[in-house]
Ligand binder design. Structure first.
Ligand code: NDP
Length: 274
């Protein structure tokens, strides 16, 4: 929902805007009878079957099978100033907040596809985008790197780390340091955007569902099966390697097929008992 242009999903030769793509996915799912409910799952009771999901509106859903597709959330640098000024110039979503910085100078941190995409988005709104990259290269795909490096108003600072976001009540600048020379400089900026990756949204499932040390759900090899029978996981909550919309959609399809097979096996068992 918070990505701007998705250029690498098959079927969209001219690229597509993220929210619009989600709307189309939703329409397609509804056409096949999906009952969509907009709620937060607080916890799941796996001690009984069907499993019982508790929702934030107080209601419950009992289900034979569950597919976890909760994705991953933006990571922060962990600076006190970043937290204090969050919402007052600090943001993890350029596409959501960039418009407020139209005509102003901004700083963005990160060297992956998200950082490049957001830097490009900001470069169409802001006179200068200062891009802080902690290594001497970008991790982003070649096409995104080329676009960023060609863009005249994106200034990349290699081997550079953020020390502090400056400002009392709103961002006025950012103090950064070159990690090779230890030289410190202050950049004047009204906005500070963090685009350094994501954390899997799996904490509400722990300790029942097995995850790795970073919180990515562990699924069986060549499968979306978790350690709990009938519970499947797909997309970014279980994939730290590919993390693409298209691979998430593919693993979503695998999870749907496995969930269907699981539910059918329960029905066969029940018929045998009758
Ligand atoms: P990535 O994990 O790919 O990149 C994170 C970036 O942030 C890296 O450059 C990393 O540096 C840097 N970083 C991490 N922690 C810190 C820190 N504490 N301080 C400074 N820098 C830090 O995350 P993305 O969100 O960019 O991308 C995730 C996935 O989504 C990727 O597979 C990507 O291809 C995909 N994607 C595709 C898009 C598209 O096709 N349009 C758009 C957006 C994402 P380092 O390299 O040094 O580790």
């Amino acid at each position: 929902m918070i990505t701007n242009d998705v250029e690498n999903f098959p079927g969209y030769p001219k690229g597509i805007n993220g929210p619009q793509m989600m709307e189309e996915f939703k329409e397609q799912a509804v056409r096949f009878g999906t009952d969509i409910r907009f709620n937060q799952v607080i916890e799941i009771d796996f001690s009984q079957h069907p499993y019982v999901m508790k929702l934030d509106n107080g209601s419950e859903i009992a289900s034979d099978s569950i597919i976890v597709a909760t994705g991953a959330s933006a990571k922060w640098l962990g600076l006190e100033s970043e937290q204090r000024l969050n919402g007052s110039g600090v943001s993890a979503c350029a596409v959501c907040d960039g418009f407020f910085y139209r005509g102003k100078e901004v700083v963005i941190v990160g060297g992956g596809d998200s950082a490049c995409e957001e830097a490009l988005y900001l470069s169409n709104l802001c006179p200068t985008v200062h891009m802080i990259v902690r290594k001497d290269h970008l991790r982003a795909s070649q096409i995104m790197q080329d676009r960023v490096l060609k863009k005249e108003n994106i200034k990349v600072y290699w081997n550079t780390e953020t020390l502090e976001v400056l400002g009392e009540n709103e961002v006025v600048g950012v103090k950064v340091m070159n990690n090779h020379t230890t030289e410190e400089i202050e950049l004047k900026a009204d906005g500070f955007f963090v685009a350094i990756g994501h954390t899997p949204n799996s904490s509400f499932l722990q300790p029942d569902i097995q995850t790795d040390e970073q919180g990515y759900i562990i699924t069986k090899s060549d499968s979306t099966e978790t350690n709990i029978p009938g519970v499947f996981a797909c997309g970014d909550v279980q994939d730290k390697k590919f993390r693409q919309a298209v691979t998430a959609a593919g693993s979503g399809c695998m999870a749907a097929l496995e969930a269907e097979k699981y539910v059918m096996s329960l029905e066969i068992k029940l018929e045998k008992q009758l």
